[in-house]
Design a protein around this ligand. Structure first.
Ligand code: SAM
Ligand code: DTB
Ligand code: SF4
Length: 342
């Protein structure tokens, strides 16, 4: 039997402009993207990805928890919240030397960006000298720097910028409506205010969220709408699959259909085409084929190394074998090394 060959919907008919970035997405438009046949969605996302980035390249970041556990916030997914009994001991802020040794290891393993995370509602002013010394030290190694420390004050934001911080990660995590169900100790507005401070200081924004927390399709749409309608699209958009952690309220959440995760990556790419969409937490539970589909859907960055902040991640050898099988290359050299070399 002959099947009628259907052409994929033209990108223009979906109101996606390649000559400029949109910041006026309605939920209905984003929802229509989610509802495309999967192959059309992935094809379009990969097409748009290649208009903005080299094909077959994946940026590799490494992650280190510089201050672990004992966090006063009640994020229902997080192993580091002091509201949950996850058995994770709280630790003090690491010393600069320890962090720089870890950064060197990450660089030797091929990372071009080093992300440092602190389990804080917000950092204390008295910690800022140590934090800025970490940024300066990692910068001097020629790696890009990223920090995620919670909410910032205006003066803390300026200090991070002056120290040469490249990226600040602060996730919106979900839609405004669902956010209230998973975090009660701070508001969505608080999150957006910190993002505005970071953006206005000229630090690149890294902001995304988590899927698989029991949210609806409309919540995933709402999360992307928030990110895509920011005054500037985040330079980096991490999409995390919930990591189920014993002792957290979300531990028993039904796993999300993998295709809904892949769709979230693809729709992020279509709505924020010039942003790097990062396949973030949750890769340990994903098959090689699932990760390959995420790359096809426009993901072009990962966290490498056997630990995220407190949970496990595929080890570097496993990732490099997968890259080899898929013909992917880690983005070879970071911006700063280009600058140094020229
Ligand atoms: N305390 C700071 C904050 O919340 O912004 C920085 C660290 S916090 C751990 C960074 C991000 O990790 C969170 O915004 C969340 O998106 C992600 N995360 C935390 N626990 C997770 C989990 N169990 N699964 C997936 N992502 C998680
Ligand atoms: C992000 O969006 N994902 C990373 C990074 N930003 C800081 C963190 C994932 C944490 C997963 C749970 C853990 O390891 O504690
Ligand atoms: Fe604290 Fe960040 Fe974890 Fe929330 S996500 S509990 S703010 S470390």
């Amino acid at each position: 039997m002959q099947h009628e060959v259907q052409s994929t919907p033209d990108i223009k008919t979906l109101n996606i402009h390649n000559d400029g970035l949109r910041h006026d997405w309605s939920r209905a438009e984003i929802s229509d993207l989610f509802d495309l046949p999967l192959m059309d969605l992935i094809f379009q996302a990969q097409t748009v990805h290649r208009q903005h980035f080299p094909a077959n390249e994946v940026q590799v970041s490494s992650l280190l928890s510089i201050k672990t556990g004992g966090c006063p916030e009640d994020c229902a997914y997080c192993p580091q919240s002091s509201h949950h009994n996850t058995g994770l001991p709280a630790a003090k802020l690491l010393q600069v030397q320890t962090v720089l040794e870890e950064a060197q290891r990450a660089k030797d393993g091929g990372a071009t960006r080093f992300c440092m995370g602190g389990a804080w509602r917000s950092p204390k002013d008295r910690d800022m000298d140590v934090i800025t010394a970490m940024i300066e030290g990692v910068n001097d190694m020629g790696m890009e720097t990223c920090m995620t420390l919670g909410m910032l004050s205006p003066s803390q934001t300026i200090r991070l910028k002056e120290a040469g911080l490249d990226y600040y990660n602060h996730n919106v995590d979900s839609s405004p409506e669902y956010y209230e169900k998973i975090i009660t100790t701070r508001t969505y507005e608080d999150r957006l205010n910190t993002l505005a401070l970071v953006r206005d200081a000229g630090i690149n924004v890294c902001s995304g969220g988590i899927v698989g927390m029991g949210e609806t399709a409309n919540d995933r749409t709402g999360m992307i709408q928030t990110l895509a309608n920011l005054p500037e699209h985040p330079g980096s958009v991490p999409i995390n699959m919930l990591v189920h952690v014993e002792g957290t309220p979300l531990n028993k959440t039904e796993p999300l259909d993998n295709f809904d995760f892949i769709r979230t990556i693809a729709v992020s790419k279509l709505t924020m085409p010039a942003s790097v969409v990062r396949l973030s937490a949750g890769r340990l539970e994903m098959s090689d084929e699932m990760q390959a589909m995420c790359f096809m859907a426009g993901a072009s960055s990962i966290f490498a190394g056997s630990k995220l902040l407190t949970t496990e991640n595929p080890d570097q050898k496993t990732d490099m074998q997968l890259f080899e099988r898929l013909g992917l290359k880690p983005s070879a050299i970071c911006k700063k090394e280009h600058q140094k070399a020229s």
